[in-house]
Design a protein around this ligand. Structure first.
Ligand SMILES: NC(=O)c1ccc[n+]([C@@H]2O[C@H](COP(=O)([O-])OP(=O)(O)OC[C@H]3O[C@@H](n4cnc5c(N)ncnc54)[C@H](OP(=O)(O)O)[C@@H]3O)[C@@H](O)[C@H]2O)c1
Length: 266
């Protein structure tokens, strides 16, 4: 199974395309000739990226300004996507919060579940019937190594990424033989605006510099995984080690250990 070839009609839809991994995915899909629908909230960023990619790669690049944590706004986008020939859906938008759950802003926690889990579910449900009918298409879901084990002090994020990881891997197997693929991208530390969005400033001090992966590398490995319909893509040696520990280590050890790590995140 490979990616459906780009056509003038079909689209690669990337959520969270205004920065980081999503922006890198958008550029790399455009370089492969895919016309794009770029989704995020920051219209200026999306518009500048769409103009640049359309000019540079001679593709169509449309934008959809959408707060994916808002069920009403998301419904409009999902309804539109269900009518389009979506070759690739990259469910990538997401953010984290750090701190003990009871101390965190309640609305921000609720919105995190809407964005990191419900929106992934919703947009996937919107495009899947069309993909299955066409027997073509692929879905990328950006989960995280954070979803492999408990994450005290990062509780909502860890739980939403556990949803994303399990949803992607379940769908991957369920879709076997249909012509439609699903791949999980489960990164560890990637240099993006993730820390700013989480409103923390010392994440980069907790993991040594060389162990961080660039957004471009994460996107490249994700697209390679989509092309080969891989179940899970884990970019970089640090994330691979985290994954081994998280999936095969005792959860009774992971919880207290990560509690100490996440207490240091400020
Ligand atoms: N960086 C890491 O270390 C790391 C590690 C593991 C997993 N991840 C995952 O990778 C994905 C991409 O994150 P990133 O690292 O590239 O971070 P980023 O640079 O902060 O990008 C996050 C993207 O999500 C969009 N977004 C946030 N809230 C949104 C909302 N309510 N509606 C629509 N779009 C929204 C942002 O755009 P607007 O603000 O313009 O809406 C932005 O484009 C996320 O799912 C993240 O959890 C990242």
């Amino acid at each position: 199974m490979s990616l459906p070839p780009p056509t003038p009609r079909n689209r690669a839809v990337i959520t969270g395309a205004s920065s980081g991994i999503g922006e890198a995915l958008a550029e790399q899909f455009a370089a492969k000739g895919y016309s794009l629908i770029l989704v995020a909230r920051r219209e200026d960023r999306l518009a500048a990226l769409a103009d640049r990619l359309a000019e540079q790669y001679k593709v169509t690049a449309e934008i959809r300004v959408c707060d994916l944590a808002d069920p009403a706004a998301r419904l409009i986008l999902a309804a539109e996507l269900s009518t389009l020939d979506v070759a690739i859906l990259a469910n990538n938008a997401g953010y984290a919060t750090y701190g003990d759950l009871s101390t965190l802003d309640r609305t921000r926690e609720l919105r995190q579940v809407e964005l990191n889990a419900t929106a992934v579910h919703h947009l996937t449900l919107a495009v899947l019937p069309g993909m299955l009918e066409r027997k073509a298409g692929t879905i990328l879901i950006t989960g995280s190594t954070a979803g492999n084990q408990p994450g005290p002090g990062n509780t909502t994020y860890a739980a939403t990424k556990a949803f994303a990881n399990t949803f992607a891997e379940s769908l991957h197997s369920e879709l076997s033989g249909t012509g439609v693929g699903c791949t999980l991208l489960a990164p560890g530390p990637v240099r993006t605006e993730f820390a700013e969005a989480a409103e923390v400033s010392n994440l980069d001090k907790l993991v040594p510099g060389p162990l961080w992966v660039s957004a471009e590398d994460a996107a490249r490995q994700a697209i390679d995984g989509l092309e080969r319909n891989k179940r899970r893509v884990v970019p970089g040696p640090f994330a691979k080690a985290q994954t081994l520990g998280g999936l095969y280590g005792p959860r009774g050890v992971a919880g207290p250990l990560l509690r100490r790590v996440y207490r240091k995140v400020k």
